[in-house]
Design a protein around this ligand. Structure first.
Ligand SMILES: Cc1cc2nc3c(=O)[nH]c(=O)nc-3n(C[C@H](O)[C@H](O)[C@H](O)COP(=O)(O)O)c2cc1C
Length: 173
């Protein structure tokens, strides 16, 4: 299976730690690619609608290559820190740009990893999960997992053995 992971964090911190643990579990038998939006040039969606008439996005940046990569995946894993009670702008920007090829994302297997600096009973995790539930419903995604973790300092998640084991197990399934 080809798994594409979109890392919504620019920091080498908790989200990357979570991705590494998932990847460790998923490494055997899967082809894994990581999209790092902060290292790409992807302009925000202008809502021009041209993509609905022409093939792809009109922006001459990394948008179309990134969307090609996502469309080619059997499974997409969305990984994000919580920024202001929501997903990060980096991840949201890539999702917005998927508008140009939205229907080609139908039926994908998906997963969601969220790391925030507040305990997991905070409403922010529910808000993010619900937003992904709506996308999953719209695009008939098979949402295989949605996991939220509490970690603030850059290395906090590295100390959470239970979380790392859980993510590795999820990856191996
Ligand atoms: C711009 C910004 C906004 C944030 N907003 C929230 C928030 O609303 N709720 C929260 O629990 N943590 C918030 N945090 C903390 C991060 O979610 C937390 O530190 C997370 O572990 C960062 O992941 P990273 O180490 O992969 O960057 C915010 C951090 C930043 C930089």
């Amino acid at each position: 299976m080809k798994i594409v992971i979109i890392n919504g964090s620019a920091r080498k911190g908790n989200v990357l730690t979570a991705i590494d643990a998932f990847q460790k579990g998923a490494a055997a038998g899967n082809d894994i690619e990581i999209i790092q939006p902060d290292q790409l040039h992807i302009a925000p969606c202008k809502g021009c609608g041209a993509c609905q008439c022409y093939k792809g996005c009109v922006d001459k940046d990394d948008t179309n290559a990134t969307i090609d990569q996502i469309v080619s995946a059997d499974m997409i894993v969305f990984a994000t820190p919580v920024y202001w009670w929501g997903m990060s702008a980096q991840l949201k920007q890539v999702i917005d740009k998927c508008y140009c090829r939205g229907m080609q994302l139908k039926g994908k297997k998906t997963g969601l990893i969220v790391v925030g600096g507040s305990p997991v009973d905070n409403i922010q995790y529910e808000l993010i999960r619900k937003q992904f539930d709506c996308m999953a419903d719209y695009l008939s995604w098979d949402m295989l997992f949605q996991k939220s973790y509490y970690a603030t300092a850059r290395d906090d998640l590295q100390k959470n053995m239970e979380a790392l084991e859980e993510l590795e197990n999820i990856g191996s399934c």
